[in-house]
Design a binder for this molecule. Structure first.
Ligand SMILES: Nc1ncnc2c1ncn2[C@@H]1O[C@H](COP(=O)(O)OP(=O)(O)OP(=O)(O)O)[C@@H](O)[C@H]1O
Length: 265
């Protein structure tokens, strides 16, 4: 996937992405990092054709994504959004089955292929035993796995995830990250995600894209690009960068860079 010269504006006045260029490597995990409001979700939305750029193109399999019909694109690329809602009375299995919509035709009945895809998605996400539950009968981590399962049922080679670990505790965060890693390693999925946790981004990504104010500041292999200087320039935070035998490279936030003096009252 090629991101070519993308400029995007919500209101045709202020550009939120400025001539963004990047390459998404197939079969790899790419993570977009950067401060609140820098344009990460916007870029993901443009890359999935949910938002139309003012300029530039997203090329997938040799073709501009805007030339694909929505069903065609939905067979190539699935998205797990940041916030998801569903009717309260649907079961996990019924929700996951929605992932098969891009394969439905007017006359088609339930096909074996659909059943297989749903079973595979439930198995990958370890939800087989929860299939008859409704969302409100699941923990936050399990709910997030349902949205991932729905995307997996689409059986696409590319998966986008926007902040998949937000609101989850440490255990469920790790569980989701390990699931994503397995989907990449064992099933060859190309993953593009947005993460706020820099340490998760370092640990689970082959490639990082660091953004600030609608621009890519730096991109590359985490080990190559993550330095205290990069984090300072992107987040305005002073960090210590360390290496641990077990955990690998990691970052410890130390202080915000610009301290505002507190005036004596
Ligand atoms: N629907 C919208 N209409 C107008 N402006 C928007 C809209 N969505 C986002 N923006 C603005 O575009 C800029 C980029 O937002 P975006 O959500 O892409 O940032 P982000 O990096 O994903 O942020 P966060 O980490 O807080 O989720 C922000 O200034 C935001 O206020």
């Amino acid at each position: 996937m090629d991101i070519k010269e993308i400029t995007f504006s919500y209101d045709r006045k202020v550009d939120r992405l400025h001539q963004v260029n990047a390459e998404i490597q197939p079969g790899r995990i790419t993570t977009i990092i950067g401060p609140n409001g820098c344009g990460k979700s916007t870029l993901l939305n443009v890359m999935s054709s949910n938002a139309v750029p003012r300029q530039g193109q997203i090329i997938l399999d040799g073709q501009d994504i805007r030339q694909y019909r929505p069903r065609e694109l939905a067979r190539k690329l699935a998205v797990v959004h940041q916030q998801n809602e569903a009717p309260a009375d649907l079961t996990v299995e019924q929700l996951v089955r929605f992932g098969r919509l891009p394969y439905k035709t007017l006359l088609s009945s339930r096909r074996e292929e659909d059943d297989q895809a749903v079973e595979w998605a439930l198995k990958c996400t370890n939800l087989e035993e929860r299939r008859y539950r409704t969302l409100d009968q699941l923990s936050g981590g399990e709910q997030q796995r349902v949205w991932i399962a729905m995307a997996l049922a689409q059986r696409t080679p590319v998966l986008f995830l926007d902040e998949p670990t937000t609101y989850l505790d440490m255990y469920y965060q790790l569980e989701i990250m390990e699931l994503i890693e397995r989907l990449n390693r064992e099933h060859g999925l190309t993953i593009v995600m947005v993460l706020h946790d820099i340490n998760q981004a370092i640990r689970y990504s082959h490639h990082l894209i660091a953004m600030k104010e609608g621009r890519i500041v730096m991109s590359g292999e985490p080990k190559q690009i993550v330095t205290a200087e990069l984090i300072r320039s992107v987040y305005d935070v002073h960090v210590a960068v360390r290496q641990d035998e077990e955990a690998g490279l990691y970052v410890i936030p130390v202080s915000v860079r610009q301290q505002t003096p507190i005036e004596a009252g």
